[in-house]
Structures are given as structure tokens and as C-alpha cells.
Design a protein around this ligand. Structure first.
Ligand SMILES: [Zn+2]
Ligand SMILES: [Zn+2]
Length: 305
């Protein structure tokens, strides 16, 4: 598998001189399976526009493009690139878009296609020339054909969000974003009048079980792409419950799960290149990360596993 990062930023695109090195496009990942001529795209953030342009040059407008897009969830930073994905305007394009089933009444097609209405965009969804099929995903194991296997896992985010584990030819590529460590949902402060020792204990056990389950999900991955939007200090100070992980936690979780390479991902829009370079020096040293190779994902970066 060849994994290419077309967008690594979370929340909102951040063009500018301060983000030129790591990139300002929101999340989009391409996995290429060279021998079987397959391509899988994960998320449709603004990075998808670049991937679409690349495919147009590579394949030309005349050749049919067949590809699958897997959406972790439909927060704006994960779908805003879709209306700008040039292949959707070509009649020979065949797209399958997979995304999680939420409790909302709208279908995945309505949520994605809602961006393509005159209110937001000059072209409507029904005007797209490509053939697009929408498929609902839940937690489970799936055979994607050509010996590609997919396992999905619910993460901890304000909206239902899926982690992906793609396995092919003995190699494993996993994603775990947008997510934060599962928390004890009960009162843990013994001074709080609402404190209940049994509930607090059960809450701690449940949170640990969920965190262990997630680590088992990415255990042994050749590449894990994990949420690392905050530093531990930022997380503790005010960002708990926002659905994103601290860098330090992502590294420890990957080490515990014997992940070979960890790509820290979904960078905060406020994080500059200088800060990411500093965090790399601080956190990604091999003497701290042990057997896990840790790096901050950069737009345009390609990892072969
Ligand atoms: Zn996001
Ligand atoms: Zn999100």
C-alpha cells in the first residue's frame, strides 16, 4: 500500500506562509494498491481538490475513473473538498461513497449533497455527471474485494465517527481520527455531593475498556494515522470533550499497541510550521518513542507500507 497525504489539517483550511511546510488543506488521504490498480480515498476535505486535479492530469478527462471514498464522518472539514473534486463532473466516473449511519433523518447522500445546492454552490447535486452510489457503514468487518479487508470501529467524537483498519497483503493501515480518549462519564471528585463511589468506579472501568478496545483495533498496524490536534497541556486546560486527542496520548497509545509507524494527524488550524517542527523535536525522538517511528503528517507526503 502506498499512502499519500493530500490534506492533514483539521477544522478549517489554513493557507498562508505559516503553514506552507505541513500544508493548509483539510483531511484527505489516498491509499494506492499498485498491483491491483485500486485506489481508496479517506475523507473529502479540501485536500480532495488537489487529488482530483492530479487524477485528471494522470488519467486524462477521457478515461473512466473508478474509486471508493470512505468518510470517517461528515463534519465540514471532512467533506468540503467534495464539490471541487473534478472527476464528479465527468460521465465516466464511478464513485462509491461510504459513510457512517447517524441518528439523523437525512441520508448520507443528502448530507454530502446538501453542499451542492444553489444556497452554497453554483451547481446542484442532480447536475453531477458522475455515477455516485452512497453506502452506509456501521461497525464491522467488510470484504472490499481483491483481498482488501476493512474493519471499522466507532471512535469518541461529538458526531458518530469511524476509525478504519485496511488490511492487504499482510500489511495494515489504520486511521483513528477525529477522536479523543474515552472518559469516565461519572463524577470523580469525592468532594462533589453527586459523587458515588460505585458509579465512579464503573465509569473508570468502562472508559478503560473502550480505550483498550480502540488500541486493540490498531494493534500491530504498519501505519497508524491518529488524531493529534492538541498538546496535553492544551487538552487539559480547555479542550476536553471537543473530540480530539493530545499528541502525547496518541504516541503512548501507539507504543502500547506496537504500531510500527505513527502519523500524527488532523493538525490544529492555529498550529504553525514552526510549532510543528518544535513538537517534532520535543516528541518524536526515537529514544522517547521506542520501536514506533513517529512523525507529523505533511501534505504531499507519501508512505509505503
Ligand atoms: Zn475534523
Ligand atoms: Zn469532527
Amino acid at each position: 500500500m502506498i499512502v499519500k497525504f493530500w490534506g492533514v489539517r483539521g477544522s478549517i483550511p489554513t493557507p498562508g506562509v505559516d503553514t506552507a511546510k505541513y500544508g493548509g488543506n483539510t483531511v484527505c488521504i489516498e491509499i494506492k494498491f499498485a498491483e491491483i490498480q485500486r485506489r481508496i480515498i479517506i475523507d473529502a476535505g479540501s485536500g480532495l481538490r488537489l487529488l482530483g486535479n492530479h487524477l485528471m492530469v494522470k488519467h486524462g478527462a477521457q478515461r473512466a475513473l473508478k474509486t471508493d471514498i470512505f468518510l470517517t464522518h461528515t463534519h465540514l472539514d471532512h467533506i468540503i473538498g467534495f464539490p471541487f473534486f473534478a472527476p464528479i463532473f465527468l460521465p465516466d466516473t464511478r464513485l462509491k461513497i461510504y459513510g457512517p449511519v447517524t441518528c439523523e433523518t437525512e441520508s448520507l447522500e443528502t448530507v454530502m449533497g446538501g453542499q451542492l445546492s444553489y444556497r452554497y454552490f453554483p451547481i446542484r447535486q442532480q447536475e453531477l455527471a458522475a455515477q455516485i452510489d452512497y453506502l452506509n457503514l456501521t461497525e464491522g468487518c467488510f470484504d472490499l474485494g481483491d483481498d482488501i479487508r476493512l474493519t471499522t470501529k466507532y471512535l469518541n467524537h461529538p458526531l458518530l465517527c469511524l476509525g478504519f483498519r485496511f488490511e492487504y497483503n499482510g500489511k495494515i493501515c489504520c486511521t483513528a481520527y477525529d477522536t479523543e480518549p474515552f472518559q469516565n462519564l461519572f463524577v470523580t471528585d469525592t468532594q462533589d455531593p453527586a459523587f458515588d463511589a460505585i458509579m465512579a468506579h464503573q465509569g473508570a472501568v468502562a472508559a478503560k475498556e473502550e480505550n483498550d478496545r480502540l488500541e486493540a483495533f490498531f494493534a500491530g498496524a504498519d501505519l497508524l494515522i491518529h488524531d493529534a490536534q492538541y498538546t496535553q497541556q492544551e487538552y487539559e486546560s480547555s479542550r476536553r470533550g471537543w473530540g480530539h486527542s493530545p499528541v502525547e496520548y496518541a504516541i503512548k497509545a501507539a507504543q502500547r499497541s506496537e504500531v510500527k509507524r505513527l502519523a500524527l494527524f488532523h493538525h490544529d488550524p492555529m498550529r504553525t510550521d514552526t510549532q510543528l517542527d518544535e513538537l517534532t523535536k520535543l516528541r518524536c525522538h526515537r529514544h522517547q518513542t521506542g520501536d514506533t517511528d513517529v512523525f507529523f503528517a505533511r501534505e504531499g507526503m507519501q508512505v509505503e507500507i
